[in-house]
Design a binder for this molecule. Sequence first.
Ligand SMILES: [Zn+2]
Length: 610
Amino acid sequence: MAQPIPAPRDLPFQGQIQLKVDATDTAHKIFRVRQTIPVQKSGAMVLLYPEWETGSHSATQQVAPLAGLIIHADGRRLDWRRDEVQPHAFHITVPAGARELALEFQHLPAATGPKLMSRDMLILPWQKVVLYPAGWFIHNIGVQAELAMPEGFQFATSLETAQASANHVSFKPANLEELVDAPVYAGRYYKRIELDATPVRLNIFGDNAAALELPLELIAKFKTLATAVPQLFRSRHYRHFDFLMSLSDVLPSGGGVEHQESTEINVSANYAHDVGEQVLMANLLAHEFIHSWNGRTRQPADLWTPNLNLPMRGSLLWVYEGQTEFWAHVISTRQGLRSLQQSLDALAVDASLMSNRPGRAWKSLQDSTIDAVYMPAKPVNWRDWQRREDYYAEGVLLWLDVDMLLRELSSGRKSMLDFAAVFFGAEQNTRTISTYTFDDVCKTLNRIAPYDWATYFKQRLQAHDDRYLLDGLKRGGYRLIYTDAPSAYFTLHEADLGGMDLSTSLGLVVGKKGAIKSVAWESPAFKAGISLGARLVAVAGQPYTDDLLKQALREAAVSKQPIALSFEADGDTHEASIPYFGSLRYPRLERIPGTHDRLRDLLLPASSTQ
Ligand SMILES: [Zn+2]
């Protein structure tokens, strides 16, 4: 029988962990760790290396990068034994009378995983460099952390600094729950910009000095964002808030991670000079800031866990992520990070994506909330059929409808703004984490506008067709249409995808040199035998180009002659004759004549800044 791993209990923990991280070895990209743990009692003890990460809602932290673990108790070396079933757990026996454990180990980031270090920048997620004793809620375990950085690096984090000298910083004690929610960004090229007096700060780290030259107009928009979001939620839950932003082509780009008092935003090194990327990433900044309220301070009850090694459950991710992205659309439009037209075009892309999800026939929106647990955080072959993480885009459409329905039920007097103030602003300006359930969401909505919200949500969460999907657009005065020319936003979306997006026409996304990046399930291209990994080589006998394929789609719509394609797959060349006559189809939103423009009331009311 395996030795048990003690379950976490809400008990006091005597003393505090001292954690020293040496991040100076940027050549080998190694984090060297020394830590001491005060002994609570002698005998059997289990040390845990974190496995579940709040940003991914998933067991994404691997234990393989942990190496070199050596443990001493009051100077005597102890044997440890890894748990055979849970390899993140290490069993030890603490000798009688021992007062302190001393640990040393390294974190060796996987060469294929996201990079955490370059010679000019580093990202330190504390969960990768700490072991902690099983048996306690981590909010009871105090940690005093220190970080040694390379020569010439400056740092930013939401942690409070106790003492900083050149290349070395000691932080004030925090509990382990707070520590892992407060990563450090550090680098050679750094700039700090005050966004709001509350204070909200933008900390930018670049691959080089030029990467830091953000346009003044953009900074001005970030400032209005920093002011508007706390107003929307009528509260703030941070002592100070730090945007930690990397502008890098070396470290991961194009993503964010939420925290209560800070957020990680990773964009490309050219972000400051790329207006398209700024428009595409507008929602990301708003989204991650909004998570301080929806996600970190108020957490779904089944997603919150007392330590970092118990499973999280995501049944309310359609609130956590879906509503956060809904607010991101609203805020980024109201504060001018996107124009109204860009937002309508972005919503059209979401609406089109979700309208073309044949996978809904077998997989409900509710089922997709479990995706984080078992689907790897990378692309799936058949996204529209497997529908991974649809709680983002379908969640946006759902909350859009809730907003429109609240307006309808209250003759325009109530909206999601009232929900935001009540649900996220109740505990004014505290950092206390509070959890919520499905019933809490329904009850709050019911206080704003009485309705059978539980049935309303269950119908939509369990739906196997799209009968409710576009209700929010319709109530808002819009419908989804397709035209033969893309919107400017759609072109940005294609650049982001890295390919020409014909998924709602022929059923393909085509990358560089005809490479097939995705095929829509049972689309005309699918039925013609084209699959992921194939490469288009000719259109009607002519060497393949994107323009030639688009031209062929337009011509087939007139001539009603099948489209002739040649493609390479599995080492052979194949011919396909595709009877598709629907031309090019690009999503847009169109006003329904004679209706009230409620969507504009939400996205850009007259009092807004634009
Ligand atoms: Zn999110």
